[in-house]
Design a binder for this molecule. Structure first.
Ligand code: FES
Ligand SMILES: [Fe+2]
Length: 432
């Protein structure tokens, strides 16, 4: 799991004025509430610095939240303004908790779970299609998984599984081969575009758009899947009826629990009558995926790229794994189980640091809760241990490249068509 990203944590419409709400993310609990003055959203650690009560059980007073246990009042910056038991004494410096930046965008409440200054934060992706209510009709939904969000993310961008897991819905068992695809990427996203041959539509869609031609006579359907670091997916399908776009956030509640929230847009059948059907289609796919992904092992994505075999159609997933490796090395990873989440009882509460910690160094000693551990935990487990190893994915054609370093083939796939090999280069010397 990673800090320093904007995370969509809830639908905007699901946070009412006057009703604080507990949400869980990255093994931590947050309280969300709307200020009475302008209804903007506050996101704070849901952990009172006095005796650890959950502020989400409290009440809103003006723009503050009042702890349900002894009535301490926290302002939107997380600073205690009032301690009712001793009204005549000053407020201790340490009477503060982490408050995180928020935005409301694309139907979601986004919370910045990290301590980087504004200009260094990775962007929220451009999902402005969600705001285009002229062109699209939207349905939304939530789906809880008992599996790790990165396994779910990889499933969501993987086109090769659809004929097997979603045969009959949009995967076509008669056409399991994955054609060449175009890949476009940046530090924060990776999009692949491909043409697929899904089976005939069923249900309402099939009745209205019978597409009864034989498979060979039907035009292929343009599909793209995109991942955005660290937990978002866009699936874009150019169906014969119009565009279908599914935006989904895989909220890491903890390492093994994921709450998916999706906005599914369609540019066809825009009446309310088709909403239930559209939502049902997304859930059918999610249930089919869950049946497989819940049983994938190891439960967490391996840190080492060579721990699983990759083929050409996994290129976008490999890109994701490389990027996460870089971020873990950069210290953005957070260790899940020592902070304030569910699970076993613990004696120590750790939190994701908020931007004020870095921005106001004079307050360094005023934070009662320690920051969540990151890199050092992985090192101690030996999972990210130095010497650092650089993995390079070499596809079939590259193997004929004379300039390639000595290849240590780990992932040869049977058959000549697609051969994926890792070249593993130790850069131990560089680190010395
Ligand atoms: S625990 Fe919150 S005021 Fe005492
Ligand atoms: Fe799937």
């Amino acid at each position: 799991m990673f800090k320093n990203f904007w995370y969509a944590v809830e639908f905007s419409t699901d946070l009412e004025v006057g009703k604080p709400k507990k949400v869980k993310i990255l093994g931590q609990q947050l309280v969300l509430y709307r200020k009475n003055s302008d209804h903007s959203v506050v996101a704070m650690s849901d952990l009172c610095v006095h005796r650890g009560a959950a502020l989400s059980g409290g009440t809103i007073k003006d723009d503050c939240i009042v702890c349900p246990y002894h009535g301490w009042e926290y302002d939107p910056d997380g600073v205690v303004q009032k301690i009712p038991a001793q009204p005549d004494k000053g407020i201790p410096r340490k009477a503060r908790i982490d408050s995180y930046p928020t935005q409301e965008k694309y139907m979601f409440i986004w919370v910045y779970m990290g301590d980087l200054p504004e200009e260094e934060r990775p962007p929220i992706p451009d999902w402005s299609d969600i705001d285009d209510t002229e062109t699209y009709r939207a349905v939304t939904g939530s789906f809880l998984w008992k599996s790790n969000y990165e396994r779910i993310l990889e499933n969501g961008i993987d086109v090769a599984h659809t004929p097997f897991v979603h045969g009959g819905v949009f995967g076509n068992p008669e056409k399991p081969e994955v054609p060449d695809f175009v890949m476009e990427d940046s530090d924060w996203h990776c999009k692949i575009s491909i043409e697929l041959n899904p089976p005939r539509s069923k249900g309402i869609w099939g009745m209205i758009n019978p597409n009864r031609q034989k498979l060979t006579e039907r035009p292929p359907v343009p599909v793209s899947t995109t991942w955005f670091m660290p937990n978002m997916i866009l699936l874009d399908v150019g169906t014969p009826m119009g565009a279908m776009k599914i935006f989904d956030v895989n909220i890491p509640i903890d390492e093994e629990t994921t709450l998916v929230k999706f906005v599914a847009l369609r540019s066809f059948f825009k009446g309310k009558w088709a909403d239930r059907d559209a939502r049902r289609r997304v859930f059918k796919v999610l249930y089919e995926d869950q049946a497989i992904v819940d049983h994938v092992r190891p439960e967490l994505l391996p840190f080492d790229l060579s721990a699983e075999l990759h083929i050409k159609s996994d290129q976008n997933a490999v890109k994701y794994r490389r990027r996460r490796q870089e971020l873990i090395e950069a210290g953005w990873g957070v260790e899940g189980n020592t902070i304030v989440g569910e699970g076993g009882a613990r004696v120590e509460a750790r939190v994701i640091p908020s931007p004020t910690r870095k921005a106001v160094p004079e307050l360094a000693s005023a934070w009662n809760f320690k920051e969540v551990r990151s890199r050092e935990i992985l090192d101690a487990r030996g999972e990210a241990s130095p010497p650092r190893v650089e993995h390079r994915l070499v596809l079939h054609d590259d193997l004929h490249d004379d300039s390639a370093p000595e290849a240590d083939a780990i992932g040869d796939i049977a058959g000549d068509e697609i051969t994926t090999t890792y070249v593993t280069t130790s850069n131990k010397e560089d680190n010395a």
